[in-house]
Design a protein around this ligand. Structure first.
Ligand code: HEM
Length: 234
């Protein structure tokens, strides 16, 4: 197999910057264009919906991406890197469960069916497998910790599923943005070439670029230390 590309530009800094821009863009969308967020509201149920994209995108894309890179970006001992990795992933999981609760509650309160779209199927799979991945990683690599051979055999699968679920989270977010934009255009809430529609399209493009950079940083031997992914299951 061909070697992974060696990176000669500041891939971690650029990936982090794009993550911050993506988080800012979804917040601007929810607050400026959609009127804000609320965990409960009698007057405007859409405020409850707005919690969903913000928490999903910040949790499963931005924080998840930072967590994937923690072994290469966090200075210090392997134990500290691992702690940062599992804590960021825990936060991502917690935010995604809260975001799921918000959209579920919105559907219940508006009398909308659950799980009728491709986006919702992708999303539910993503959350279920992300939770399983976190739990199996915690159990095997942190507490109580598996045997040396158990850790060594899980590690490549843990890395593979980690990258796979990150890609799935990006695909799911893009499908959510597309779906919401089309819903709003069909309901004549926004125009096809409105600022809001263009922001949503641009955010989708940004997520593709962010995903490419994070994966490049993960696989590239030139970018930071690779030993944690390749040679060690400690
Ligand atoms: C990884 C990120 C995401 C995950 C895991 C996810 C997951 C889900 C799930 C499971 C549902 C179904 C809720 C139900 O049936 O009651 C849902 C609904 C929805 N989500 Fe997301 N979502 C994500 C990101 C987004 C984003 C960024 C948007 C952008 C606006 C979005 C827009 C929607 C919309 C409009 C619905 C309601 C219609 C439907 O059920 O498809 N989602 N999402």
């Amino acid at each position: 197999m061909a070697a992974a590309p060696a990176v000669r530009f500041p891939v971690f800094g650029i990936a982090r910057l794009l993550g911050v821009v993506a988080a800012a863009a979804i917040l601007v969308w929810a607050i400026h264009f959609r009127g804000g967020m609320a965990l409960s509201s009698e007057k405007d149920k859409l405020l409850i919906f707005n919690v969903h994209p913000v928490l999903m995108l910040i949790g499963l894309v931005v924080l998840n991406g930072e967590a994937l890179l923690a072994y290469k970006t966090v200075p210090g001992t392997k134990k500290l890197k691992k702690l940062v990795h599992l804590s960021l992933q825990f936060l991502a999981m917690f935010l995604s469960l809260l975001g799921l609760w918000a959209v579920w509650k919105f559907h219940d309160e508006k009398g909308i069916d659950h799980l009728y779209t491709l986006h919702s199927w992708l999303g539910l799979s993503c959350i279920i497998f992300f939770t399983l991945q976190w739990a199996s990683g915690f159990w095997t690599f942190w507490y109580p910790g598996g045997s040396r051979s158990g850790r060594a055999s899980l590690l490549p699968w843990h890395v593979f599923f980690g990258v796979f679920l990150y890609v799935l989270a990006i695909a799911t977010s893009i499908s959510g943005l597309l779906e919401k934009s089309i819903f709003m255009q069909t309901a004549k809430m926004i125009g096809r070439f409105s600022m809001e529609a263009m922001l949503m399209n641009s955010l989708g493009m940004l997520l593709v670029l962010l995903g490419a950079l994070v994966i490049l940083a993960v696989v590239s031997p030139g970018a930071g230390k690779i030993d944690t992914y390749r040679g060690s299951s400690e």
